[in-house]
Design a binder for this molecule. Structure first.
Ligand code: NAG
Ligand code: NAG
Ligand code: NAG
Ligand code: NAG
Ligand code: NAG
Ligand code: NAG
Ligand code: NAG
Ligand code: NAG
Ligand code: NAG
Ligand code: NAG
Length: 411
């Protein structure tokens, strides 16, 4: 080791220690400013929030990004009178043995009352792959045994995933391998092209092929109870066709569909008001009672190339595969706060809680009062009859709202 290198290591150690001790004095609720890149799981009226990064209030005197080491939850049976958002708590167990990562997934399992942590990247110094379950009843993390169709699994980050609780299955498609996912990784970041499946009943974690050989990352995947066994819809993010460090924006007209019962992939082309290409946006799905339409709502995201990010909402309606712009209203003059790295969870098919995101062009905190939570009433049927509205634990109905009906027809 040369003298310079030793000095760099020493400085790094000092900076890391300083960052750790700074974080030690922070309160995950009262000092909150922003969170992004986290994982969420919804089980029995609680929305668990794990990992990701946080910034402390105010950013001007706390300029660093910190790994969120707390397991928090939002009580979905509550709505605070001041913020109109679910009340958050930070008193659950999580010690430093359990990975705290960004861009992974926390598959929820309401039957076994557990959430499974797969994938994700570290801020630095990644550890080898491990698979963990959080037991909701015992408030305890277990490193979990699994069987697999491959000898070893890798850590992958910012892929896209979801669970199908009716089937007891978790899915995670694509994602990056890089120096923060994989110990000793010296190459360029590389996006993977595989579909990882987790069978919650048998404990099998398999690595399967995706729609093609193209690596993809930073898109979104949602479950739709359409066709016989259900569909997964994947879109957005970036593609890594050359594996030389140059990636390209995915065309938002290309919707990749995985038919669960046949395990076959299809591609559909969407039309309408096509959103600009984006990465690390968040999305969730709902559907009409009679399943006449399935509507996927997306929010924000970072841009690709020269675009910093978005503060907008688009709806993709199936089976017509039509994109509809829902927010902001045409010619709106309200200020815009582009966000990337948010999470979205649909509650009772009627509301979608969007949490966090890194603001690309401002130092402001993300609604300190609401702890970075933002709520949509997907059917525009909340107290204010608008898309963005206060969270109401009692709402559980969805009917297709006018902005969709006026484009796709129907009632
Ligand atoms: C969802 O709807 C059901 C039935 O109306 C209700 O009991 C429940 O509290 C609602 N909220 C959540 C978070 O499940
Ligand atoms: C919230 O309500 C649901 C359904 O009514 C219930 O199963 C759950 O235990 C409640 N959760 C909390 C945190 O009170
Ligand atoms: C914090 O994270 C954001 C989003 O990834 C990044 O743009 C910013 O440069 C980071 N700040 C620091 C100090 O690392
Ligand atoms: C966690 O481990 C305990 C034993 O310590 C076991 O009883 C429990 O079922 C496990 N939970 C999960 C979700 O793996
Ligand atoms: C941390 O949690 C893990 C998993 O539950 C457990 O095995 C370990 O003993 C805990 N370590 C400490 C220091 O509490
Ligand atoms: C799945 O297998 C492919 C091909 O071997 C590999 O590139 C990828 O890293 C694997 N994914 C995981 C999560 O292990
Ligand atoms: C990667 O390959 C593509 C296609 O050949 C090329 O356009 C691009 O410039 C290459 N990027 C780098 C960093 O070499
Ligand atoms: C996206 O694909 C559509 C066809 O589905 C094409 O018309 C459009 O030009 C493509 N956009 C970009 C930016 O390549
Ligand atoms: C980004 O670059 C493209 C191609 O050079 C250009 O057409 C577009 O106007 C630029 N967008 C912004 C927001 O600068
Ligand atoms: C938005 O502005 C354009 C140009 O001024 C105008 O033609 C259009 O009617 C406006 N749209 C609405 C909904 O006001």
């Amino acid at each position: 080791m040369t003298g310079t290198m030793r000095l760099q290591h020493l400085l790094f150690a000092v900076v890391s220690l300083a960052a750790l001790s700074l974080q030690a004095s922070k309160d995950p609720l009262n000092d909150f400013c922003r969170r992004w890149g986290h994982q969420t799981a919804q089980i029995d009226g609680k929305l668990y929030i794990d990992g990701g990064l946080v910034a402390w209030n105010p950013i001007s005197s706390n300029p660093l990004n910190y790994t969120n080491t707390w397991l928090l939850y939002s009580d979905l049976n509550s709505s605070a009178t001041d913020s109109g958002m679910p009340i958050q708590h930070a008193d659950l167990t999580k010690n430093s043995t359990v990975p705290s990562v960004s861009g992974g997934i926390l598959w929820s399992d309401s039957v076994n009352k557990a959430a499974y942590l797969f994938g994700g990247e570290y801020q630095n110094n990644p550890a080898d792959f491990s698979f963990w379950a959080y037991d909701v009843v015992l408030n305890q993390w277990n490193e979990t045994k699994y069987s697999s169709n491959v000898d070893t699994l890798q850590r992958v980050a910012y892929g896209a995933g979801t669970q199908v609780e009716e089937l007891g299955m978790g899915y995670y498609y694509g994602g990056w391998m890089n120096s923060n996912t994989s110990p000793g990784w010296a190459g360029l970041p590389m996006a993977t092209s595989n579909l990882i499946t987790f069978d919650m009943t048998s404990g099998t974690l398999n690595n399967n092929t995706g729609p093609d050989d193209v690596g993809r990352a930073e898109g979104q995947m949602v479950y739709l109870p359409a066709s016989d066994g259900g569909l997964l819809a994947y879109f957005g993010g970036v593609e890594d066709p050359y594996q030389n460090g140059s990636f390209v924006a995915a065309n938002m007209t290309q919707i990749h569909l995985f038919d669960i019962s046949s395990s076959k992939w299809y591609t559909q082309t969407a039309s309408g008001q096509i959103p600009e290409s984006r990465r690390q946006f968040c999305a969730g799905a709902t559907w009409a009672d009679d399943h006449s339409s399935y509507n996927i709502y997306l929010y924000g995201g970072y841009g690709v190339d020269n675009v910093t990010g978005f503060d907008d909402v688009y709806i993709l309606s199936l089976p017509s595969f039509t994109w509809i712009k829902a927010f902001p209203a045409e010619n709106s003059t309200a200020s815009s706060y582009p966000h990337g790295g948010c999470s979205a969870n649909v509650i009772n098919r009627s509301q979608m809680l969007v949490i966090g995101g890194w603001f690309t062009s401002s130092d402001v905190c993300d609604t300190a009062n609401g702890k970075g939570q933002h709520n949509m009433h997907l059917g525009y049927n909340g107290p204010a009859r608008s898309l963005w509205d206060k969270y109401d634990p009692k709402v559980s109905a969805y009917s297709v709202p006018t902005p969709i009906i006026s484009v796709i027809g129907g009632g």
